[in-house]
Ligand binder design. Structure first.
Ligand SMILES: Nc1ncnc2c1ncn2[C@@H]1O[C@H](COP(=O)(O)OP(=O)(O)O)[C@@H](O)[C@H]1O
Ligand SMILES: [Mg+2]
Length: 375
């Protein structure tokens, strides 16, 4: 069978950098050939963080230059993966590049979701056709433009006989419900790692709470947990999606300020882990009571403490890393964007209306062809 190579590039709300995968597709099968995470250069990460948190003065020049800087960073990562895999650019059909979300606002008027990382620049720097701007078409059709990974989850993980749930814990956590013979459903449940990362960074100077060790040293603060869970987002009916615009440290600070007694930092961290686990558990209990196995992907699957809280929140179900389902958790999302690029070139939909709420299934993304010098 004919095989095709694609590259997938994903930078999520965690702002940790970019995940890049080289994937071989053959019909209904895929094989991960190479993978790499490249952290954003420190300065780029700070500029992005400032832009997203709207700290200081946002200048249009900053947005424009970050759009290019990120594309240049991506081109470097792609080069590293191809060199390591010893594969020439001419063998790659296309890159699927999600870009870096700086504002996701599907419920505003008009709705939008803005990603940086100019796909045209990336195409030209790499010499590879690049598919980018994946969210706009779904939003134009009235959808949330998110989550976009469920179609790939279905393709990759669906079982013909049993209902399954996929949990993706990136900066934000989302679920996909796969039932044999039924339309896929799914939505953003709420914060995944983003608040834990922010709190760990502010209090301990670490980018994330490795393995959840710090959270595990604290005690859940029931009063704070109740305040966090009272946020209206959790009670909203799907379709719904969210981001750092809603769940950020100022939001957390506002609720901590309402506590009767000051909370210890490690107890806040324990409570944030609990929030992620409990809200995922509640969402799955309500929308997929029959699913006995739950596969977890995203960086959160590497957090042992979070995984054990999640198992507690889903009694009687098997909660396992997607490793057990054939794809390591940290590469699922980047592989999804390689697959979405392939869907685009095949003219096949990448979004699922029962997930995003769009009026129909959109073919996602724009195709950017490398600009070559005139001869
Ligand atoms: N060993 C680990 N222990 C705890 N958390 C981890 C570990 N590895 C990754 N993570 C978490 O996963 C996040 C990155 O997950 P990722 O799926 O890349 O999210 P995003 O798609 O939002 O970038 C990190 O910011 C961190 O919170
Ligand atoms: Mg990431």
């Amino acid at each position: 069978m004919e095989t095709e190579l694609y590259i997938g590039l994903m930078s999520g709300t965690s702002l940790d950098g970019s995940d890049c995968v080289l994937v071989e597709f053959a019909g209904q099968k895929s094989k991960l050939l190479h993978q790499l995470t490249d952290d954003y250069p420190e300065q780029l990460r700070h500029r992005l963080q400032d832009l997203i948190d709207a700290r200081g003065h946002i200048r249009l020049e900053d947005i424009g230059s970050l759009h290019e800087q990120i594309a240049i960073t991506y081109a470097t990562v792609v080069g590293k993966v191809l060199a390591a895999a010893q594969v020439g650019t001419d063998r790659i059909t296309a890159i699927g590049s999600h870009g870096q979300t700086v504002c996701h606002s599907p419920d505003s008027t008009p709705p939008f979701s803005l990603q940086l990382g100019n796909p045209s620049t990336l195409a030209t720097l790499t010499g590879i056709v690049t598919v980018g701007d994946f969210r706009s078409a779904d939003i134009a059709l009235g959808g949330q433009g998110a989550p976009l990974v469920p179609a790939f989850h279905e393709w990759m993980f669906a079982s013909p006989t049993a209902a399954r749930v996929v949990i993706n814990i990136g900066g934000i956590a989302n679920i996909t419900v796969l039932r044999p013979g039924q339309a896929v459903t799914g939505f953003d449940v709420g914060p995944g790692n983003t608040l834990m990362d922010g709190w760990a960074s502010r209090n301990r100077g670490m980018p994330y709470d490795d393995n959840g060790t710090w959270a595990a040293s604290g005690k859940v603060n029931a009063e704070l947990l109740a305040l966090l869970r009272a946020d209206p987002y959790f009670g909203r009916m799907p379709p719904k999606s969210t981001g750092r615009e809603h769940f950020h440290l100022d939001w957390l600070d506002g609720l901590i300020a309402q506590l009767d007694r000051a909370a210890e930092p490690e107890d806040v961290q324990a409570t944030l882990a609990e929030l992620t686990a409990i809200e995922l558990g509640r969402a799955i209990e309500s929308v997929a009571p029959e699913a006995t196995t739950v596969g977890v992907c995203g960086g959160g699957a590497l957090n042992q403490h979070l995984m054990s809280r999640l198992q507690q929140a889903l009694p009687g179900r098997i909660v396992e890393s997607t490793n057990a389902w054939g794809l390591a958790p940290e590469w699922v999302e980047a592989t999804a964007f390689a697959w979405l690029a392939r869907q685009r070139l095949l003219g096949q939909p990448g979004a699922i209306p029962s997930v995003t709420g769009a009026s129909r299934a959109a073919v996602l993304g724009g195709v950017y062809v490398p600009v070559s010098d005139p001869i």
